[in-house]
Design a protein around this ligand. Structure first.
Ligand code: NAP
Length: 488
């Protein structure tokens, strides 16, 4: 089968309808919306465009399935996740192609995301059977307290387009393991990967109504009534801080338990004693993974003046020699950005920095032709007044700043309302600990350019979010605590 035929086959095999109560169905009003390939601007297919009534039907289904799912043996819940982990892993080549077609990243990166994403199913299949409680003896010695953790109830999961699979499995895994039913709404730009995942979960034995999928272009109108419905007990959102803030406001009405994985503005600090080659390797990962479209992407490079030119030159050589093209093509290292608006925003931030005095070391120009490509770009001598110091770039652009004192680097790193991740390169252990403690972020990449790991509690400080996904605490987001106080 030729590549084009394989691409068509993979898109054709994905269910394009809403999944509600175990049934695939058209949107009530029969509407659909197109899904585009960002490398060509061509339409891949149409998917169901849910109305508010459809959204409500999905919540009805999740609510109806809740009691029985919560009563299902933890081992059985875990085994379904484990089977889904295996199926996703077996089908990684096809899922990678699907993800690359709708999102743009190179196939190798899609495969890496699938490994990461599937790991949340394996991790939470193991956590399902370890939900425990506590037994306490009162201080007076007379009473006892039995602490239990129970599934919170129907959850709404809203995911972004940048990691179409992992942002879903990171929420679906713990919700299902905990005994919660869900309605998931993937980003309108990349709905196919979650539709495919839902199909896999059904084949892995997930009962009807436990996972319901709503794809829509009328996001606010469809999600609003669900968030206001008292049957919904939890909202887990990954996306921009701007939308997250609105959702927190809406959730206040019902005092809904929320998890918020929001935007980032990661600093990447390279000290004078750092291994510069290792720092460049880490920078390539922290900057270029996902074409820079990651909440964890390094947004600002603070490099000690003694090594700044060496670092900038090596980074420029690496970034300037990357192969740009359709993510499905062999050897491509940089795919397109997800849509025209995203590409225009990146270009605007670079133009703003250049106008204010930044020097372009490589890249910096939107190429001609189809697709939403932007070249890997390194900027030096960036003034602190440039907008990209404060704003999330979400593209392949590395602005380099210099510093001379550790304090100066830490102050600059923390001078943001975000606090998701910071990267730090130094060979001095004491400095590493000292600076890691002072960085205001939920995660620190110490001499490494990537922090993601299903076994670790991913999440941000400040306006980067609330709650944690993954690790020992990931399942707690889907559990309520209750204690029974008793006299003995
Ligand atoms: P976004 O615009 O906030 O959208 C995220 C999701 O929210 C999409 O499914 C979107 O649906 C939905 N949405 C938009 N408006 C909504 C509303 N009024 N009510 C309910 N849902 C609404 O973010 P994005 O552009 O997709 O993703 C990029 C952002 O996500 C970046 O800021 C990035 O840092 C952040 N992110 C954070 C993490 C983390 O773990 N901290 C991970 C990945 C990404 P539509 O597609 O229909 O608009």
């Amino acid at each position: 089968m030729g590549d084009a035929a394989r691409e068509r086959r993979i898109v054709e095999e994905v269910p394009k309808k809403l999944l509600i109560g175990g049934r695939e169905r058209d949107a009530a009003e029969g509407k659909t919306f197109p899904v585009e390939d960002p490398s060509t601007g061509e339409i891949l297919c149409e998917v169901a465009d849910a109305s508010p009534d459809d959204g409500m039907a999905a919540l009805d289904a999740a609510h109806k399935a809740q009691a029985q799912w919560a009563a299902t043996a933890p081992r059985d819940r875990g085994e379904i996740l484990r089977r889904a982990f295996e199926m996703v892993t077996e089908q990684a080549d096809d899922i990678a192609m699907l993800m690359t077609l709708e999102m743009g990243k190179p196939l190798a990166e899609s495969k890496a995301e699938i490994t990461y994403a599937a790991e949340f199913f394996r991790w939470f299949s193991e956590e399902a059977v370890r939900i425990s409680g506590e037994w306490k003896v009162n201080a007076t010695g007379s009473g006892r307290v039995l602490v239990m953790r129970q599934p919170i109830g129907p959850c709404l999961l809203i995911t972004p387009w940048n990691f179409p699979l992992a942002m879903g499995t990171r929420k679906i895994g713990p919700a299902i393991a905990a005994g919660c039913t869900v309605v998931i709404k993937p980003a309108a730009l990349t709905p196919l990967t979650i539709l495919k995942l839902a199909d896999i979960l059904a084949k892995a034995g997930l009962p009807e109504g436990v996972l319901n999928v709503v794809t829509t272009k009328s996001t606010g109108k469809v999600m609003g009534p669900l968030i206001a419905d008292p049957r919904l007990r939890k909202l887990s959102f990954t996306g921009s801080t701007e939308v997250g803030q609105k959702l927190i406001e809406q959730s206040a009405q019902q005092v809904l338990k929320t998890s918020m994985e929001l935007g980032g503005n990661a600093p990447f600090i390279v000290c004078a004693d750092a291994d510069v080659d290792a720092a460049v390797d880490g920078a390539m990962l922290a900057k270029m993974r996902n074409i820079g479209e990651a909440c964890t992407a390094a947004n600002r490079f603070y490099v000690h003046a003694d090594v700044a030119e060496e670092f900038t030159k090596k980074l420029t050589d690496r970034m300037g020699s990357m192969t740009i093209g359709r993510g499905v093509d062999e050897g491509v290292e940089v795919g397109p950005l997800v849509e025209a608006d995203q590409r225009d925003k990146v270009a605007e931030l670079v133009d703003d920095a250049v106008q204010k005095g930044a020097k372009v070391r490589t890249g910096g120009q939107v190429p001609n032709g189809a697709g939403y490509f932007y070249p890997p770009t390194v900027l030096a001598d960036v003034p602190t007044s440039a907008r990209l110091v404060k704003e999330e770039i979400f593209g392949p652009v590395a602005p380099v700043f210099t510093f001379t004192e550790d304090d100066e680097a830490v102050r600059a790193a923390n001078d943001t309302e975000f606090g998701l991740v910071s990267y730090l390169y130094t060979r001095d252990l004491q400095r590493a600990i000292r600076l890691s403690e002072r960085l205001e972020a939920g995660m620190v990449g110490l001499n490494q350019g990537m922090v993601s790991n299903a076994g670790a509690p991913f999440g941000g400080w400040k306006q980067s979010g609330l709650g944690r996904e993954g690790g020992d605490v990931g399942i707690d987001e889907y559990l309520e605590i209750k204690y029974v106080a008793m006299n003995v």
